[in-house]
Design a binder for this molecule. Structure first.
Ligand SMILES: [Zn+2]
Length: 146
């Protein structure tokens, strides 16, 4: 069972909850002649049991951001920093894994980030860990030595 806002939910219930929260923020739109976004949504469950969401933003001059990193910045803005699970929903409703930049930021966030779970099959509740996505990550020794 997993704690979420004071209640306890099963593993599958929390994956469903995260998937739903990620879908709820999806809202593709053209924001300006330079910026469009909202087609990808992400939801993060933290170890404290909070959920934070974010959408992707595509902007000229590489100023955009992925949904996962947007959700991470939302989490940090609200004083939380330890991730338990992440669900990222693509524009077609399928779940996806974080890109290389997002994987790197997740790994740098916390010494236990290798245990963060990413949903990869929403129908069968199959997930992978960051350890599986980032084997032999370069920064591990810095966490051990600090
Ligand atoms: Zn990314």
């Amino acid at each position: 069972m997993i704690r979420y806002e004071g209640d306890f939910m099963s593993e599958n219930e929390i994956w469903n909850k995260l998937y739903k929260r990620a879908c709820e923020v999806q809202n593709y739109r053209v924001i300006s002649p330079f910026i469009e976004g909202g087609q990808v949504g992400a939801a993060i469950l933290t170890k404290k049991g909070n959920i934070y969401t974010g959408v992707c933003l595509d902007a000229a001059s590489t100023l955009g951001i992925c949904a996962e990193r947007n959700a991470i910045f939302n989490m940090i803005t609200n004083g939380d920093s330890q991730i338990e699970k992440i669900v990222c929903v693509m524009s077609n409703g399928e779940v996806g894994t974080p890109c290389g930049a997002c994987r790197e930021l997740i790994m740098q966030l916390d010494k236990d980030s290798k245990d963060v779970q990413i949903l990869i099959d929403k129908d069968n509740y199959k997930s992978v860990t960051m350890q599986e996505l980032m084997p032999n990550w370069w920064g591990t020794s810095r966490f051990i030595n600090n």
